[in-house]
Ligand binder design. Structure first.
Ligand SMILES: NC(=O)c1ccc[n+]([C@@H]2O[C@H](COP(=O)([O-])OP(=O)(O)OC[C@H]3O[C@@H](n4cnc5c(N)ncnc54)[C@H](OP(=O)(O)O)[C@@H]3O)[C@@H](O)[C@H]2O)c1
Length: 197
């Protein structure tokens, strides 16, 4: 398969890209500052990316910036930033990918554990993740040409120790487990699923 990984230099994206390459797939990497250049907060930039990359069987989005603040300090602007930087960015990739990926292909989004395990300062991230996770089953049901739509919802990664102090009592997950979840989404037959890791 030919897979486009957007956010391929990140903690999750580099794991996904390596896992797919280990499985023999061709991986096309994209982010703002490496590989194919894209800013997923800009629909024109996403359109340009798909034009530049050409046909792919799978699109994986592994990014999303969200402010972390106590709920009493979150502003309307903070929520808007989280919804723009994580939710709308990924929704726009799906919107465009549905007419771009090959028949029977897939689109895989990235959410996170905060929809099921609250942490202090995580309210905006939980809201952004929750909107994406609610979207996935309907998008999958309506997706044309056998295209599958899933999300992977990892716990904090072992490879992201800077986040560990926030995730009190959580069990960080190994790269191997994270990679396996994305392989399931890309190579498997599942659709409409939020795959928890
Ligand atoms: N790390 C964890 O433990 C963990 C666990 C669960 C969920 N998550 C969630 O998973 C997502 C990714 O996390 P991460 O830790 O892998 O993030 P990260 O290390 O900051 O990586 C983000 C990746 O996305 C790219 N990127 C950022 N903004 C972009 C934009 N507007 N357009 C295109 N590319 C962009 C970055 O490269 P450029 O800077 O070159 O654009 C980078 O490749 C986040 O939403 C995070 O909340 C993370």
């Amino acid at each position: 398969m030919r897979a486009l990984v957007i956010g391929a230099t990140g903690n999750i994206g580099k794991v996904v890209a390596a896992a797919l390459e280990d499985r023999g797939h061709e991986v096309v990497r994209a982010s703002r500052s490496s590989g194919h250049a894209v800013d997923v907060t800009d629909p024109e930039s996403i359109r340009f990316l798909f034009d530049a990359v050409g046909e792919v069987d799978a699109v994986v989005v592994a990014l999303g910036s969200v402010p972390f603040k106590p709920v009493t300090e979150l502003t309307r602007g903070d929520y808007a930033a989280g919804l723009t930087g994580k939710t709308l960015a990924q929704l726009e990739v799906v919107r465009q990918a549905l007419s771009r990926v090959r028949d029977g292909g897939s689109v895989t989004l990235t959410t996170g554990v905060l929809t099921r395990e609250p942490i202090a300062t995580g309210a905006a991230a939980a809201a952004a993740n929750g909107a994406l996770e609610a979207f996935v089953p309907t998008a999958a049901a309506e997706a044309p040409r056998g295209v599958r739509v899933n999300a992977v919802s990892p716990n904090v990664l072992e490879n992201s120790p800077h986040y560990h102090p926030l995730f009190v009592g959580q069990r960080p997950v190994a790269d191997e487990e994270v990679g396996r979840a994305y392989v399931l989404a890309v190579e498997g037959i599942v659709s409409g699923r939020v795959i928890e890791v």
